[in-house]
Design a protein around this ligand. Structure first.
Ligand code: ZN
Length: 74
């Protein structure tokens, strides 16, 4: 059995299935609940952003992940 860890909440994920129960963002491993939290926050931020740019969005994603990793949650 393969076990890996979420870099944000540090929970372990058994038999990670990339893209379904486990995700990679830049250099971080992210579990499903953390990805959902990240998604929700990104949506909130992106809503008020005009004009939208993918460069900005990519940086925002990375910043949020780094903060999440430090805090242990998204
Ligand atoms: Zn997690």
């Amino acid at each position: 059995m393969v076990t890996t860890h979420c870099d944000v909440c540090k929970k372990k994920v058994d038999d990670p299935f990339t893209g379904r129960t486990f995700f990679y963002f830049s250099k971080y491993n992210v579990c499903e609940p953390c990805r959902d939290g990240l998604d929700a926050q990104l949506r909130n931020h992106a809503r008020g952003k005009d004009p939208f740019s993918f460069e900005w969005f990519g940086k925002l994603t990375k910043d949020m992940l780094e903060k999440g990793v430090q805090k242990g949650k998204i």
